[in-house]
Design a protein around this ligand. Structure first.
Ligand code: DGY
Length: 297
């Protein structure tokens, strides 16, 4: 089966694909009817150029940019990589929480700029993390991994969830209540029609003065212009790993000391990315053998 992969996905499992061509979708000029499988990282699938496509192995858990409805209508199977990236994403969430709350990046910049001139007891105070209230928007697999880590920091955990079931990990709140109560709000929902723009200007305004917003899910879940306005005002801080138009980051965020910016690193560890490749490849090979898919969408 001819496989097109939009890049060489990391790890040894990639070499198990016997007939694979590595080429970004932007380089496809002519229809490629011989391609039956596509390995892609949540990029729009050009079905008009891939008329023989039978399976898409998405490198990632989120598949919001693939064009899933169109793929379904055409009967193309789709798989994703749930589970293996929960720990890495939850770890990065805590890196951003700590960085935003404890002004880690700002401190680093000060040192490098030669601005650390006084003694350590002179100013530059941050907010304590231990004992504060964490609001988790979406208590799915990644949200639960964040909640488990929160116990180690003695955080009080509030959460929103479509189907309430995990009372042991924290206290359920409606979203508006959670935003009013939390010191740190972290987003772990998938991007869907319901979550697009979920954290809009009105909801951002509900956050406490001095609270922090962390987003390792999808940029489009937050109204990016409204968030930028809140950050420019200095009322809240943020740790942002995702943006609405990646790799574009709103210009006005760049000079701000109260926001930490990372380039979509949630799943970005060698171990996790290699495990994601294993799942993509295992799904494509299972499909080729006529076996059940491991992680169908
Ligand atoms: C995903 O899997 O959807 C992530 O965005 C990749 O880090």
């Amino acid at each position: 089966m001819k496989v097109l992969a939009t890049r060489r996905y990391p790890g040894p499992a990639f070499d198990e694909l016997a007939d694979v061509e590595v080429r970004p979708l932007s380089e496809l000029q002519e229809p490629r009817p011989e391609v039956e499988a596509l390995a892609v990282a949540n990029e729009p699938v050009p079905l008009e150029l891939l008329p023989g496509l039978r399976i898409v192995g998405n490198f990632g858990v989120g598949y919001d940019r693939l064009g899933i409805e169109q793929l379904r209508r055409r009967g193309v199977a789709v798989t994703n990589t749930p589970g293996v990236l929960d720990a890495a994403t939850a770890d990065l969430t805590f890196a951003l929480i700590l960085a935003a709350r404890r002004r880690v990046v700002e401190g680093d910049r000060r040192v490098r700029a030669g601005e650390w001139t006084g003694a350590w007891p002179d100013g530059f105070l941050a907010e304590e993390l231990t004992g504060s209230t964490l609001g988790i928007v979406g208590l799915g697999r990644i949200g639960r991994a964040v909640a488990r880590r929160a116990a180690g920091f003695e955080l009080r955990v509030l959460y929103t969830q479509r189907h309430r079931s995990d009372a042991a990990l924290g206290e359920f709140r409606e979203l508006d209540e959670l935003l009013r109560e939390a010191d740190i709000v972290t987003i772990h929902a998938p991007l869907t029609a319901e979550t697009h723009g979920l954290i809009d200007a009105r909801r951002l305004a509900l956050m406490k003065d001095g609270a922090a917003l962390v987003n390792t899910a999808r940029g489009e879940i937050v109204d990016e212009a409204a968030l930028a306005a809140e950050l420019v005002s200095g009322r809240i801080s943020a740790g942002l790993d995702v943006f609405a138009h990646e790799p574009h980051v709103p210009e006005e965020l760049l000079p701000l000391a109260n926001v930490v910016l990372t380039p979509h690193l949630g799943s970005g560890t060698r171990q996790t990315r290699e495990a994601m490749t294993e799942i993509v490849v295992a799904n494509i090979l299972a499909f080729e053998r006529g076996e059940s898919l491991l992680t169908p969408v």
